[in-house]
Design a protein around this ligand. Sequence first.
Ligand code: ADP
Length: 397
Amino acid sequence: MNVLVVNSGSSTLKYQLVDPDSGTWLARGLVDRIGQPESEVRHEVAGGAVTTSARAVDDHSAAVSTMLDDLRGGGTDLDALLAVGHRVVHGGRAFREPVVVDDAVEAAIERMVPLAPLHNPAGLMGIRIMRALLPGVPQVAVFDTAFHATMPPEAYTYAIPRAMTDDLGIRRYGFHGTSYAFVTRRSAEFLDVPLDDVNLIIAHLGNGASMTAVRGGRSIDTSMGMTPLEGLVMGTRSGDIDPGVIFHLVREAGLSVDEVDRLLNKGSGLLGLAGEQDMRSVRARAQGGDPAARLALDVYGYRIRSYIGAYLSALPGLHALVFTAGIGENDPALRHEVCSPLQHLGLHLDPVRNEAAQGGVRAIDAGTGAVRILVVPTDEEAEIARQAAATVRSSSR
Ligand code: ADP
């Protein structure tokens, strides 16, 4: 039995029909620019045809109907699904693991909206529509924050008055947890180390980017915080910044709180530094001699190295540094920029292995250092399907 993985964003609906045991996808698709005059609709069957069309899809209900029609048209028996797995960005303090959604869970996700105003409403909308349309199929919420629920208090606590942090839920939660769960398991298998023993530093470098320290297979620290804004330099997010900069922008530049929010989330990072948010474009500019792009790359790599240093001090030892996601998997120059100044820490990159155009899990170290260096392609949909299936199977036992 298969799992339908649904990722409902503010103007997009992405989905995959996945065999949860093998992790392979059977069909997948996307409805993009929901609510605009020309939405883009794409559906693909594994080993078969890709259909695309541009038409008006007015709202998320219409997008879900489009998805279900395309799946049925491709021969999927929707009533025979084991589960629908929903990506939910913020699980707050309430959710440490995936859950089958009922009315109480729906209400709890709704209460978390102030913590993730940009992300949770769309996820919730997807859940509500699917519960109404497929009432006989268990809907499972899988939270991006859940993998980090094992962080100790010294890693998740911000040093501001306790009364405020407790009332408002202010603490580090961390994100990309589904990816880290997948990559941790794959890395342990590759290294032939039991999952409960593996110590890793993982860099998930996509449009959003974060790093995690994994001790004994569990997250003990991560660079994103209460929101995805903290930590590394990202495509359009600043990452770490002195909070005093915000007061300065308000007082001296006259920006409103919403304007600062937009500036730091949508107008900063690589885009703010180099005028391009896509790493490939930044790198092309740097190669063409653009000093702003070169500085952007230097800041990007230095921030990653700073977190490696921090996490080395949080771990009792390290089996591997692991690169994943769009940039981590595909940009050998970035991996070189991160690793080559850290040879004294036992990170010895092999230039040929690093450059080899090869997919799959692979080691790219020279075999001479104390620490392995891995590239592990992430697969968040396979992980959501796996977790949703395990949740349904254990709750029906
Ligand atoms: P998302 O966070 O949206 O899932 P991805 O994991 O797909 O993002 O990562 C997108 C990033 O990966 C972009 O910055 C893109 O430029 C970068 N990327 C993809 N392929 C390459 C490549 N060959 N070299 C450098 N960067 C790449």
